[in-house]
Ligand binder design. Sequence first.
Ligand code: AHZ
Length: 309
Amino acid sequence: MAPVAVTETPTPSLQPKIQQAATPLQKDDTYENYEGSYKFAPITEAEVSRAMIKRYFNTMYDRVISDVVIIGAGSAGLSCAYKLGSTRPDLKITIIEANVAPGGGAWLGGQLMTPMVIRKPADRFLRELGVEYEDEGHYVVVKHAALFTSTLLSKTLALPNVVLMNATAVEDLIIHADPKSQGQRVGGVVTNWTLVALNHDTQSCMDPNTITAPVIISATGHDGPMGAFSAKRLVSAGLLKELGNMRGLDMNRAEPAIVNGTREVAPGLIMTGMELSEHDGSNRMGPTFGAMIASGVKAAYEAIRIWDS
Ligand code: AHZ
């Protein structure tokens, strides 16, 4: 499909401005500088507030029209964002994450232990990121899941075309009539700050906001307080007959099923990661993360395919 033309020009202040420190840190950074007379450059409280507000709301204003929205910044959503953002610097990619801390379940391995297991051949993504691992033959182990997630997060956020809005929940999907297919097409997301989204039962009429994009990628994980969001919404909106519901743990069946099942599940909506297990009724894999990486990467290629068609 031909993507909707994005006519808005980016707000000039969104262009990244990286200024060198007036004095190179190396030259000045000696122990004496920290000995009782440490001095900061002056600042006013108003400057701090305006520094944040201007950038946050300029970004929000700009990203109301995005090229791709990724819902969920877990291992699948972030792998997708990195691959898509680095392959296609021309696309405006907006990640919406409900939690304050992005990363989903990828800060730990299994049972709150820190090493992260990744089955081959997904280890090639670690080399692309520059994350070290121990090679165990059929699989590799990263010493701490947080090393993987923090590296992926920092490399993704460093891409100038990628924006992350965390503490922001997708509350609904924008679903338009699609004259081309005579059916319906997902064309954006409905957002609210998560603390607002969690309080609809206690306060009245806290209406949301919207972000439109020709391609939405849902990576909200398996069912939970927020998880499987789009899969569940597709059912209630009549775009999916019923949820498949995640099946029991079987690593060898689960990982290929998630990667091979990564696809455009409804017009305009690609699904990746463990959310697919709820959509399709596939097994869970427990604490092996190769499928999350490979599914995210495949979702990026799917997005490019749709965008270019
Ligand atoms: O906060 C959620 C998490 O960070 C976010 N999210 C969910 N609903 C959202 C919404 N709006 C915005 N409505 C939302 N954000 O999505 C992220 C999902 O990350 P995850 O780590 O839960 O999912 P994943 O598919 O990236 O990784 C799954 C990892 C698992 S679970 C599992 C098992 O249970 O067997 N095995 C693996 C490897």
